[in-house]
Design a protein around this ligand. Structure first.
Ligand code: ADP
Ligand code: MG
Length: 460
């Protein structure tokens, strides 16, 4: 299979080159090579909807590339295989595949080495502005700090360090700052690039013995923005250069803005002096979204694409189910609208559920035992400490059994692990509780309903 896998990797690279990052990440990245025979390859697709989409839009090219790569007449067959690829892709706008958004930091493979040498910076995505950024509790600090830096030519804190998990809006805010500064004060020189691109520029400069020009570029800017700085972890020479560049810019009292996926002190593989220096200005974090923010983002996107006819139950369903990050939320929305366009029917809840099966599965929340204990105690109005104690009074013993039962049902913990979480009980006690509740559910409809209620709140 190895030569086939190699060919498949090359084909994937060519598909990315041809269709662009956004379309590739949405539709092609989730495909995996399942089996290869002398004149036939089987490619797995995670959902039926994606399978239809890939078939109509990309199958022809995929087959062409297989023929070119192997020099043989190869049939390509797509099969729906939910196990094939997870987690589900982040889907970007699927339709205008050729005009994919400009490349951003983080997901390129080093092609930048061949980019023209004048372009030290990276292009800005015109959609990433303050206007299109929806503010909620989880991002208000980062947003306020970003606005302050963008609207105020005086350097107040240096650097501004934005951090948060993937897909939560760091790059969006960075681009928004850059666009705002350029609009307000076109004479100020703003340089935005990913840490990855910084590294490739640096390597290239060394290779072409051009480090003077490289240093010059960075040291003559008014605002230096470096996205995803975690990328330079364990890359010592690049870190060294980054540190000097950073210091030179800050020493000239020019603004530096950095983003990363974690706080300065948590950046592993980065030298201590750099970590400490990164934390000197203002450090603002972006937390995972909450339900209201997700709903707000969906509404704003729907207005932007002119789809305000989307039923509320669908947007609420998306906001409730796609909790991982905003990129995936947008992807889910795009997938649903693309599907409705494709089949020419209005969006319904059933359609959304069908089209997003894989995403929903990967977003299913993991419930913890302590959450279960807390909810059960509250529901039956007993104290949490009693639930975990050795008390055998019926009023606490039954809720305790329910909590053990739910822990078995809703988590992947073993019986001994569950026992330990319940005040160090033996696994046989847990087993007994699980059996007892199973029996009672058959005969006691009140208890059965209680457990259903609990399960529903815990899983939402
Ligand atoms: P990160 O850089 O943190 O991984 P991005 O900035 O690339 O994330 O955001 C991912 C996607 O989610 C982008 O399309 C962005 O526009 C969108 N997004 C993130 N946060 C928000 C928000 N608060 N309002 C509107 N769109 C958002
Ligand atoms: Mg980013």
């Amino acid at each position: 299979m190895a030569p086939w896998q190699d060919a498949w990797q090359r084909i994937r690279a060519r598909l990315r080159g041809e269709f662009g990052d956004a379309a590739f990440d949405s539709w092609l990245k989730p495909l995996s090579l399942l089996r290869a025979e002398s004149n036939k390859v089987l490619i797995a697709v995670p959902t039926r909807f994606m399978c239809d989409w890939v078939k109509t839009h990309y199958l022809g090219r995929i087959a062409d590339y297989w023929r070119q790569e192997t020099g043989a007449a190869i049939d390509v067959e797509l099969v729906v295989n939910v196990q094939a690829s997870q987690p589900a892709p982040a889907v970007a706008t699927p339709v205008p595949v050729k005009s994919a958004r400009p490349r951003q930091g983080g997901d390129n493979n080093g092609e930048e080495i061949d980019a023209p040498v004048e372009s030290y910076g990276a292009p800005l995505d015109p959609r990433f502005t303050f206007d299109s950024f929806v503010v909620g509790k989880s991002n208000e600090l980062a947003h306020a700090a970003a606005r302050r830096v963008a609207c105020n030519a005086k350097v107040q804190f240096n650097p501004l360090f934005l951090y948060g998990g993937v897909g939560l809006g760091k790059t969006h805010l960075m681009h928004a700052i850059a666009a705002e500064i350029k609009a307000r004060t076109p004479e100020r020189r703003v340089l935005y690039l990913s840490a990855e691109k910084f590294m490739y520029q640096f390597i290239r400069a060394i290779r072409f013995q051009d480090t003077m020009a490289f240093k010059e570029q960075f040291r003559s800017v008014d605002v230096l923005m470096i996205d995803d700085v975690q990328f330079i972890a364990h890359k010592d020479a690049t870190q060294e250069e980054f540190f000097h560049t950073f210091n030179a810019v800050v020493d000239h009292n020019r603004q530096v803005i950095i983003s990363a996926d974690r706080s300065p002190s948590d950046l592993e593989g980065i030298e201590d002096r750099i970590k400490s220096r990164l934390g000197w200005g203002l450090v603002a974090d972006i937390h995972p979204t909450d339900y209201e923010l997700r709903l707000g983002i969906l509404q704003s996107k729907l207005e932007m694409i002119g789809r305000i006819d989307m039923p509320n139950e669908v947007t609420e369903f998306l906001a409730r189910k796609i909790v991982s990050n905003v990129r995936e939320l947008e992807g889910a929305l795009n997938r649903v609208t693309a599907y409705s366009d494709l089949v020419g029917r209005p969006v319904t809840l059933e359609m959304a559920q069908e089209v997003l099966q894989d995403l929903i599965r990967s977003n299913d929340r993991r419930v913890s035992i302590s959450e279960i204990q807390r909810h059960v105690a509250e529901y039956f109005n007993v104290r949490l400490s009693d639930l975990l104690s050795a008390r055998r009074a019926r009023a606490v013993a039954r809720p305790r059994q329910v909590a053990m039962y739910l822990s078995k049902q809703l988590t992947s913990r073993s019986l001994p692990e569950i026992g330990r979480k319940f005040g160090g009980r033996d696994h046989t006690t847990v087993m007994h509780a699980v059996r007892r509740i199973e029996e009672l559910r058959e005969t006691d409809s009140g208890l059965d309903q209680d457990i259903e209620n609990l399960r529903r709140t815990l899983e939402n």
